[in-house]
Design a binder for this molecule. Structure first.
Ligand SMILES: [Zn+2]
Ligand SMILES: [Zn+2]
Length: 369
């Protein structure tokens, strides 16, 4: 509410003029003259408090400069009336409140909020699909994000400086008025922060938000050893904060694909390697390709299908301490198709020499006939 308008005097009115106007209103709304009229009682208190402010040179100066801030009520900050239930009851009887008292709770509520403070950006969540190999080795991947970035037009301030003019929103009053019932409510003009002057203009590029939505391809460094379901945090790559607020963080949940040969168990890699029947029987040495260079394998003589060797620290780098897991190789004997007569003869000869029953041990535990 505008106190001058409330009293019915121009803004440059002298103290005498304000006094006369106040007395006229006080007589009109005085409870003794309007017995039982609660609206008049409230009006009377409002006029009395408005007069108390305008009749005090220091408080009037404060009001002229900053509007109805709580400083005017010996507090600090501004207040708004949204949702405030103006109780007529409280203005009557021995518990009758003053204008300041009536709005004290509303004043306090908005003081702490700090209207000029920036807003921190929210965290941003995204997901990323990775190949098995990229996850083991680590890679750099660009991830497409739609995030709120700091506005380039105002560097995140939400306003841009302009030549000083009268605030067009409140026409210089510093307050915005609205009517509810018998009461005229006022709140400080947000556009000019109650000053009535406009030194800044809302940034057109971001409509005052200080941030603008943008789609970006953000390069991400994927550490070696990242596992399916891991969540990577990238500090500051969430939504940008507005008007000086700090940026949120980006959280990327990683989905790792499968590999046709290798699989992961924790930080260990498992792979099944086929070996020939002669390699199984006689033993062999050969290399297999692995993710960190070729791995030298030794097949012990007499190796069976399912037998394993463990190559220490040839697995996946641990995300905890960077130490590699192991590479676990399982052998599987693969018999080629025996088609030629010479191979058949060799195998018949092999059987004739090795007459021991390969199922003897098996038969011991078999069900009795
Ligand atoms: Zn204004
Ligand atoms: Zn802007």
């Amino acid at each position: 509410m505008d106190l001058y308008e409330l009293i019915g005097v121009p803004r440059d009115a002298a103290l005498d003029e304000i006094k006369r106007a106040y007395r006229r209103l006080a007589r009109r709304y005085h409870p003794d003259i309007n017995p039982g009229d609660r609206a008049a009682a409230v009006r009377f208190r409002v006029v009395a408090d408005a007069y108390a402010i305008l009749a005090d040179p220091e408080r009037r100066r404060q009001y002229d400069a900053f509007g109805l801030t709580a400083t005017v009520f010996e507090g600090a900050g501004t207040f708004g009336f949204e949702g405030f239930d103006f109780s007529v009851e409280s203005a009557n009887g021995p518990t009758a409140s003053t204008f300041g008292d009536l709005f004290a709770d509303v004043i306090h509520e908005t003081v702490g909020r700090g209207a000029e403070m920036g807003t921190d950006g929210a965290d941003l969540h995204a997901s990323l699909s990775l190949g098995f190999e990229d996850a083991v080795r680590g890679t750099e991947k660009a991830i497409a994000l739609v995030r709120r970035d700091t506005c380039g037009g105002c560097a995140g301030a939400g306003v841009v400086p302009v030549a000083e003019t009268t605030c067009p929103a409140c026409r210089g009053a510093g307050t915005i008025r609205s009517r509810r019932g018998h009461m005229v409510f006022a709140k400080p003009c947000e556009r000019c922060a109650g000053t009535g002057r406009q030194r800044h203009e809302r940034c057109a590029a971001c409509a005052g938000a200080g941030v603008v939505p943008c789609s970006q391809a953000v390069p991400l460094l994927i550490p070696a050893g990242v596992a399916d379901g891991d969540r990577l945090r990238v500090a500051g790559l969430g939504h940008a904060g507005s008007r000086g607020g700090r940026a949120g963080d980006l959280y990327v949940t990683v989905h790792v694909g499968t590999h046709p040969l290798f699989r992961r168990e924790g930080d260990d890699l498992h792979v099944t390697v086929p070996i020939g029947i002669h390699e199984a029987g006689l033993g062999a040495r050969f290399e297999i390709p692995a993710f960190d260079g070729p791995a030298r394998l030794r097949v012990p003589p007499g190796t069976q299908t399912g037998q394993r060797v463990r190559l220490h620290e040839r697995g996946v780098p641990s995300r905890r301490d960077g130490r590699r897991g192991d590479l676990v190789v399982e052998f599987r004997i693969v018999l080629p198709a025996v088609l030629d007569e010479r191979s058949k003869a060799l195998l018949r000869g092999f059987g004739a020499i090795n007459v021991e029953d390969v199922r003897a041990e098996w038969r011991r535990d078999a069900p009795r006939a």
